[in-house]
Design a protein around this ligand. Structure first.
Ligand SMILES: Cc1ncc(COP(=O)(O)O)c(C=O)c1O
Length: 428
């Protein structure tokens, strides 16, 4: 423990450790939070929630969660292979399959476990079966800026959740430059061997840069390798992009079926923690066999199934999105408005989605900037300085009014002037 204690002292001393907040109340975007280190309370207007459609607080979604508790209790208290599933699981899988236009779907507790299962199942299959020998290697191509859950899954793809079967052939991983489809094409050509099983995996919307993967160009590259898998992590795409909020395929006006017809296998990961007012993840695929295989992966059979209220909230949320695409359109209008106001005010807002990263001049610390916004203006944005290039990470959501977005931009102009001119040092 000496090393840990010493390291933590240095980490806290360096100012790199993130501030922690505890929420006491939420009313839409108005939140009462407490600073964990001091106990100080702030009433703030949030621009950092991922509840982009406001569904985590919607009456119908809350009621669905309560009804599920009354019917099934708070937990399923076991994994599905030991004590079965609840009908809500099946309903949610069917709803996602319709939403994503892929016929087969399987649920997981979160994105990390879903992708681990995908690697386990696709690369290593399941238990050894007499008379079957798996000899083909897998090669995985991954964007350098992919989310941590993808990085973790591909880095661990060499074994099946820690086990290496005698029949497991090798898995090779190659990273390509961020959203650079020429680089992807070059690398697939250079590294994929004729007998390889090929997978390309990418965030659909990048969680830190707020930009969108160039899917049409990616599909053009992969169409030259029939049978290859194109895996989209739609954590920030579902409910946010595309006229119906269906995500990346909807955004580009492409159907998964047309992709299948080009010989590519489209796989989509949906998560419920952002647009769907809940938690959990799902993998959808055109093949029943792949989904059945995921069902016996270690991260399916070795852990608790999605709890009833969480499942019900996600199910009701997706129904709400499908019935009310106007919610998604409002989110997109808010995104355009806030992005244009920030740009007019001279801020460097990168990306194109409701995840709005603002890169500040080098001499201004995002942490000090966010602290000033909170202390003086009651505005909560996330400063990022420890996991990516320093920036403010702002998220627009459907509940923001124009006045609130103006309030944020006006406050940011003032804070920039003050911190840039070193006139004020808010306690950071
Ligand atoms: C692109 C991406 N994938 C996956 C995740 C993890 O999702 P969850 O927390 O719902 O499991 C996130 C969360 O931030 C994300 O941004």
């Amino acid at each position: 423990m000496e090393v840990v204690n010493d390291y933590m002292q240095h980490l806290h001393g360096s100012g790199l450790y993130p501030d922690k907040f505890i929420c006491h109340q939420k009313h839409g975007n108005r939140v009462e939070i407490e600073e964990a280190s001091t106990g100080r309370r702030h009433q703030v207007l949030t621009f950092c929630t991922n509840d982009v459609l406001g569904l985590a607080q919607a009456d119908m979604v809350k009621q669905a969660a309560v009804d599920a508790i009354m019917q099934y209790g708070t937990s399923n208290s076991s994994c599905s292979v030991l004590s079965g599933r609840i009908d809500l699981h099946r309903q949610l899988e069917a709803e996602i399959s319709q939403f994503k236009h892929l016929p087969h779907t399987h649920l997981f507790l979160n994105a990390w476990m879903a992708l681990q299962a995908l690697m386990d199942g696709f690369c290593h299959l399941a238990m050894p079966v007499p008379g079957f020998r798996h000899t083909r290697e897998t090669i995985i191509f991954t964007d350098v800026l992919n989310h941590g859950c993808i990085i973790s899954a591909v880095v661990n793809a060499g074994n099946r959740s820690g086990k290496l079967f005698g029949h497991s052939p090798k898995v090779r991983v190659k990273a390509y430059r961020h959203c650079d489809m020429d680089d992807l094409a070059r690398k697939v050509k250079r590294y994929a061997r004729p007998d390889d099983r090929i997978m390309v995996i990418s965030d659909a919307v990048f969680s830190m840069d707020g930009d969108i993967v160039p899917l049409p160009q990616m599909l053009d590259v992969m169409a030259q390798y029939p049978g290859s898998l194109v895996v989209m992590d739609e954590a920030h795409a579902s409910g946010a992009i595309g006229p119906q909020g269906e995500g990346i395929y909807d955004h580009f006006g492409i159907t998964p079926q047309s992709v299948i017809e080009r010989g590519i296998v489209p796989i989509i990961m949906t998560t419920f923690s952002k647009f769907a007012g809940s938690a959990g993840a799902a993998i959808s695929a055109p093949s029943r066999e792949l989904i059945d295989l995921l069902d016996v992966s270690p991260t399916s059979i070795g852990t608790i199934s999605l709890p009833p209220p969480v499942t019900a909230a996600a199910l009701e949320s997706i129904r709400q999105v499908r019935q009310h695409p106007e919610k998604v359109q409002k989110l997109q209008a808010n995104t355009r408005y806030l992005r244009s106001r920030l740009t007019e005010a001279g801020f460097e807002a990168i990306g194109e989605t409701n995840v709005i990263p603002v890169i500040l001049p080098e001499d201004i610390s995002p942490k000090a900037f966010a602290r000033c916004l909170m202390e003086e203006f009651g505005l909560w944005v996330s400063p990022i300085w420890f996991i990516a290039k320093p920036r403010l990470r702002i998220t627009a959501n459907v509940l923001h009014t124009k006045e609130e977005m103006d309030r944020l931009v006006n406050a940011m102009i003032l804070v920039r002037e003050r911190l840039g001119a070193s006139l004020v040092q808010c306690t950071a």
